[in-house]
Design a protein around this ligand. Sequence first.
Ligand code: HEC
Ligand code: HEC
Length: 517
Amino acid sequence: MRYPCQLWTVKRNRRLVLSAALVAGAMLVGIAAVNGQFPYFPNFIPNGILFPDPNGASQTYSTNGGGIDQTGPFFQSLGTNGRTCATCHQPGDGMSVSAADVDLRFLLTQGTDPIFRTVDGSNCDHNIDVSTIEGRYSAYSLLRTRGLIRIALAAPANANYAVTNVNNPYGCDETDTISQYRRPLPSTNLRFLSAVMWDGRESSAATGTTKMSFSNFPDSLVSDLEHQSLDATITHAQGDGTRPTAAEQQEIVNFEMGLSTAQAFGNNTGPLNTQGATGGPPGLLNQPYFISINSSINFLLPQLEQPGGLVTPGDGQFTPAIFGTFSAWQNLPARDPRAAVARGQALFNSLPINITGVAGINDDVSQGGLVAGGIPSLTGTCGTCHDTPNVGNHSFPTPLDIGTGDPNPSNWSTNLGGLDISYLPSITVCLTDPTTGLPTSTCKTTSDLGQALIDGNFDHVGKIKGPILRGLSARAPYFHNGSAQTLLDVVHFYENRFGFTLTQQQESDLVAFLGSL
Ligand code: HEC
Ligand code: HEC
């Protein structure tokens, strides 16, 4: 079943645009190059507009004024290199950027769109030639093919580990500043966050921001997002720290906090809110949330309780039925594509997964430092970690290492191998001896240090937050490092990582569900 998209804006379909690129190119380039805004729309995008993506279309609703006002500071160049927040957080891409659309922007602007800046858009910022289109094509290859931004951070001075080796295929192999390659997180659905950034750095005492807890939420989230908007302008847009002003920061955060994004239309299913289903952003507008609302693992983590801080109201109230969005479709005839989405939802909610080797849940208690979990294995589901009802991020603020950045998956339940991350750097860090300060023989090799690069804790190497799962179709590829090009790659990763096997039917049901979120 295929439904035509009816709105005026989506006469444009992705394939059509690609083939018409040469014709439309000159015009779009003109507009896109002016300020890096989403080029296809006038300044106001009313709620309800469908943005096409490979699986159908997403929608982004704003509770401020019935639509997205593209004249606010989020859409203004506040730094020196022409970038705006929307350069990397586009309404048409679920407030992130898909690699396919970045590639299209390269094509349309010959690699001069503001996203293509050497400060963090190129694979490395030195020994590159961006004066020719060929040079830019190669210098921005990770951004074009995986949608990756280079996040360069130094290990904290008090880290209990030493970076002993960095093997970076693009030349940024300094050991004092580590280049990590990360996907822009969607700047939408933010009121469901329990930590800001993949490594939580914008909600961590280590960066002078707030460690979120039940008792300080949502004030902590709002102040972290204000801080984040300033940091983002200084780093990505090479700003001088004077903008966004305090008033602009507030305006940016009001704007972001008012956004809700979800897939609204499926190529196979049609509208995702028919016959009792509640897909699309309206289904999210009244979704309740608080920190640890449905956490199943916080009771395992008494060590994380801050004195007088963390209250864990979710204790004992965990429901594994994380998503109910498509429950109404479960009794449709099995052949109906909507029944497949409901079956995928049931798998997400109930498929047993033997969770082992995940730092943050299964850590070895003997390792020292802040040790979490300490249980060698746990039978859970997808929702053990993606527990926020109908949203799917981790409601408890603790990042986990599930092995997405692991070049040598030796601690996995299977030896089936991980994702292909050969395009990423390989970084070796070793625990240091507390008395001599010299590296010991306890070492880890990873492509991303995750939380350890923020708090300096060796036990936190590779720990990444569980992101929001709405609007996935608008923002491929997946995982912090873009290592899963498709949702099927994501599902295959979990089968290999945790040692379970799905039938082809189950795989495609789960993919249909994830693609409808
Ligand atoms: C050059 C691309 C780029 C630009 C420009 C940019 N961002 Fe981001 N944004 C990213 C990346 C990459 C991440 C994830 C980085 C990480 O976690 O290490 C991110 C993360 C975020 C997050 C965190 C969301 C979450 O789930 O934790 C928010 C909020 C955000 N950006 C808002 C903004 C705002 C506001 C601006 C403008 C002031 C902005 N960004 C400019 C690339 C960009
Ligand atoms: C042990 C905890 C855990 C379990 C179990 C788990 N996930 Fe995840 N998931 C995570 C974490 C952590 C991330 C972020 C990892 C990264 O980006 O490298 C993630 C990321 C994802 C993403 C990518 C989102 C994005 O924005 O790129 C998808 C999709 C996903 N998980 C789906 C699933 C499904 C489906 C299942 C069940 C088959 C599942 N997860 C089971 C912890 C878990």
